[in-house]
Design a binder for this molecule. Structure first.
Ligand code: TRP
Length: 363
């Protein structure tokens, strides 16, 4: 069986360093590993509309932002097919048929949907499209026969839901779809970056993100304003490293050789942490180091973005070509699904002949 990756993002904003360590970096690594037969990266605009129905312009504007972020991180259109979800109508058809295989109570129990309903204050009136988006995500995954879905932890219930749909489909209609596996990023420290304000998650509405497209100056300003240990008031005070965003970012971004280059008084992150914990190490010094570390990671990304920004029509062309190719793949899966579901009447000569025979007038 070919090894196929599908993953994607909702285009509701520019991508930030949390996306980078949580998924983009890993995608580029998987892309360049040569271990996969096919990689699809989806800009999930239709899904974004399930909770942004009233903001079509926001979704429209962010398609190019997300595409630029992909390309600047090193996703390569020669190796990965980038597509826009809404341009593949076959996904809607698949979703419609999968809806018969999922109960309302099962959707209500989906932990991701549950959390998101709370987050959006949807309790009183949940849009049906939003409520059923796990089904549409199952269509995304199965349409491309994905075997591997690299995602953040919060998306694992979506993969589980997809696997259930695949099994249910197989039990009724036969073995047509592929059961996918979720794949979490290898580095534990990378799973989730807190916001620069110390809140659990980076989010545009909290205004606590460092974006991949931020300028050098913006990144520096944000780093210098970062929340640290609130009890570490004076340099001499002992400080806490656990849960301290500055150290969490260092865990995620600091690489060998960076101390030698930017902070040679310390041999390693362990030493730096030990000093902070003991007391005697000021936040400003750690933040200045983090700024250097982050700039080193972000400057090649920024430079590639600048190049792509010079040819925006080419980026749209990449998405158009990718969507066309993706559509062909999805159409083949849909054909198989319809055949298995016995709704392929006109392709089925045996059906037509059989019915003709049944009604043939015998003289
Ligand atoms: N739900 C994902 C998110 O919010 C985006 C997404 C849509 C996705 N379809 C997908 C991810 C299919 C993986 C596979 O980030």
């Amino acid at each position: 069986m070919p090894k196929i990756i599908l993953t994607g993002d909702r285009p509701t904003g520019r991508l930030h360093v949390g996306h980078y360590v949580g998924s983009l970096k890993e995608r580029v690594r998987l892309q360049n590993s040569g271990l996969y037969d096919k990689i699809f990266i989806m800009i999930a605009d239709a899904q974004a509309l399930t909770d942004n129905a009233e903001q079509p312009e926001k979704v429209r504007q962010n398609i190019i932002e997300v595409a630029l972020d992909y390309l600047s991180c090193g996703l390569d259109p020669k190796l990965s097919t980038m597509l826009i979800q809404s341009q593949i109508p076959e996904l809607c058809e698949l979703s419609f048929y999968y809806m018969n295989l999922v109960t309302v109570s099962r959707l209500q129990r989906n932990p991701t949907v549950k959390a998101e309903i709370q987050m959006r204050n949807f309790e009183a009136s949940i849009p049906v499209g939003f409520f059923t988006y796990p089904i549409s995500q199952a269509a995304d995954i199965t349409a491309f026969r994905a075997t591997t879905v690299p995602v953040g932890e919060d998306q694992l219930p979506m993969i589980e839901q997809t696997r259930e749909i695949v099994r249910k489909f197989a039990s009724i209609y036969g073995d047509v779809l592929v059961e996918p596996e979720g794949m979490l990023s290898g580095n534990k420290a990378c799973l989730r970056l807190p916001g620069i304000d110390g809140k659990a998650k980076m989010s545009k509405s909290l205004n606590n993100c460092i974006y991949l497209s931020d300028s050098e100056e913006e990144v520096r300003k944000k780093v210098m304003s970062m929340f640290t240990d609130p009890n570490h008031l004076q340099v001499s005070d002992p400080g806490q490293v656990e849960g301290n965003p500055v150290f969490i970012y260092l865990d995620a971004f600091c690489q060998e050789g960076m101390f030698e280059e930017y902070l040679p008084e310390y041999a390693s992150l362990e030493e730096l942490k030990a000093h902070y914990t003991r007391g005697g190490l000021g936040d400003v010094k750690v933040k200045k180091f983090l700024d250097k570390v982050l700039q080193e990671a972000l400057s090649p990304i920024r430079a590639r973005r600048k190049e792509w920004e010079k040819d925006i029509p080419a980026v749209y062309e990449i998405l158009k070509k990718g969507s066309q190719e993706a559509r062909e793949t999805a159409a083949r899966t849909l054909d198989d699904v319809k055949k298995a579901m016995k709704i392929n009447y006109f392709d089925d000569q045996a059906l037509i002949a059989g019915q003709a025979k049944k009604y043939a007038v015998t003289e």
